[in-house]
Design a protein around this ligand. Structure first.
Ligand SMILES: [Zn+2]
Length: 473
């Protein structure tokens, strides 16, 4: 253990790292992507006077394992296998660190820790005795405050062999996220435009500053008889003001594959007019019930930059942008189901999960619903994994948006003036036709209202800038 300073130095040269009983390939079964010459997500490291050979052995504790044979050693140095590091759980300070090992000489189990300020350190877990056969090593470790990333290292520093398998590192409550090599991207999508999702789910994303993609049945907003269940056009505008993406989910939500060509053509083409009226520049599309035919798919290719299906799988590059996988989370979906998706997405650079939600209610009576508390659990789990959150259009480069600043409260002397009314903001919104009522009204103003007018003018300018940021087809 006196070797830690040098050990640290050499360890920094390593590209990748180790851990987690439940991380895919913690048991060394999967081959890497480069022709299968080594285990996926693992590499090797030796330093100091130590000379070693590394083997991806077929005689592990169960199935394959990893072996190190040290052929020469000196005053310092060691050799070891490295896997993928993972996030420490901010809640957990107590971990169970474990592996199965077989060694001809004493070896060392260590925990590598990276802290929030970027510093790294190595914490000895145990010096393990030589064994006659495969043996399980399990230790409880209390990690220091501020630990952000962890990895388990099992090192050998003298001539002899060390075999390891089934490496584990789990928080006390078993909730430590199992993070892979890459960050997953997650898109939240809401189908149909349910008011309950608008009221109970999307605010939970707003709290994190996360954006969503909303597939709207374009004849429903403001339609008599539908207003208690579906969002109104004013809600669509409010979503857009907060940089949520609006997209197409047909005119009336039929199963497109049951319609005549003329009818399905209208269902996918006519929403574009309504969406343009809502100032949506390059809307994407999601088919009701995920149903489409090769003919419909060909038409969608011409009309929309992307289309999302209901194939419940992770999207891996190169993406099939008109048949994007969409995974529905329902009233019976669990954290484990989502965890599995995240873990898979994290194994591949560009792994992307598109989640699909419909309605929300506390009792979630059918699979069209999720419970708000359940949804919050999904949000927290995704945050814990450090996933990148983007709308579909953001991820594909068809949608960009800069959020407007909050409405100003003006103070003249010690008197607070009312912020712009909804009516004023509504007028300043229609900037595409050039100089607007709001801006002209601002120019006519006088006395203390000149300050107010200045801010309205600023809002006009900012909003125009945002509109320009939305890419055309
Ligand atoms: Zn739908």
């Amino acid at each position: 253990m006196a070797k830690c300073a040098l050990f640290l130095f050499f360890s920094c040269l390593c590209a990748t790292t180790v851990c987690a009983a439940t991380v895919p390939n913690a048991s060394f079964e999967q081959a890497d992507g480069d022709g299968g010459s080594g285990p996926a997500n693992w590499t090797t490291n030796q330093w100091g006077s130590v000379q070693a050979n590394f083997t991806w052995t077929t005689a592990g504790h169960a199935g394959r394992g990893a072996r190190v044979d040290v052929t020469a050693s000196g005053s310092e140095g060691d050799a070891k296998w490295w896997g993928v590091d993972f996030a420490a759980d901010g809640q957990d300070k107590s971990y169970t660190v474990s592996d199965w090992y077989n060694a001809s000489v004493p070896t060392d189990l260590l925990l590598w820790i990276r802290f929030a300020d970027g510093t790294e350190s190595y914490h000895p877990v145990a010096t393990l005795p030589a064994t006659a056969t495969w043996t399980e090593a399990t230790f409880s470790v209390t990690i220091p405050e501020g630990a952000q990333r962890l990895r388990v290292l099992h090192t050998i520093g003298q001539v002899g062999f060390l075999e390891i398998d089934d490496v584990g590192c789990v928080g006390k409550d078993g909730t430590t996220p199992r993070q892979g090599k890459y960050k997953a991207t997650v898109s939240f999508t809401f189908d149909d435009g349910w008011l309950s999702a608008y009221n109970m789910l999307i605010p939970r994303l707003d709290k994190k500053g996360w954006k969503s993609t909303n597939f709207i049945i374009t004849t429903y907003p403001d339609k008599p008889g539908y207003q208690s269940d579906y969002i109104l056009s004013k809600h669509i505008k409010a979503l857009q003001d907060r940089c949520h993406e609006i997209a197409s989910h047909t005119l009336t939500h039929p199963d497109l594959t049951t319609l005549s060509t003329a009818a399905w053509t209208a269902e996918i083409t006519d929403p574009l007019t309504t969406l343009a009226g809502w100032n949506v520049k390059t809307p994407g599309f999601a088919s009701p019930y995920g149903a489409y035919s090769p003919e419909i798919l060909a038409a969608l290719n011409k009309l929309y930059p992307y289309a999302r299906t209901l194939h419940p799988d992770v999207n891996l590059p190169p993406y099939n942008v008109h048949e994007l996988n969409g995974h529905v989370l329902t009233n019976v979906s669990t954290d484990n189901e989502l965890e599995e998706l995240l873990t898979r997405a994290e194994q591949v650079d560009g792994g992307w999960i598109i989640l699909v939600f419909h309605r929300a209610s506390a009792d979630a009576p059918s699979d069209a619903y999720v419970r708000p508390v359940q949804f919050q659990g999904f949000v927290d789990l995704i945050e814990k994994h450090g996933a990148k959150i983007e709308t579909i259009g953001e991820h594909l480069g068809t949608f960009q948006c800069t959020e407007l600043p909050p409405e100003p409260t003006l103070v003249v002397g010690d008197k607070a003036l009312d912020p712009p009314t909804d009516a004023t903001r509504a007028t300043t919104d229609s900037t595409t036709a050039g100089s607007t009522g709001g801006c002209q009204a601002a120019r006519k103003a006088s006395a203390p209202w000149l300050l107010f007018a200045g801010v309205v003018l600023l809002l006009c300018v900012r909003r125009r800038r945002r509109n320009r940021n939305v890419r055309p087809h």
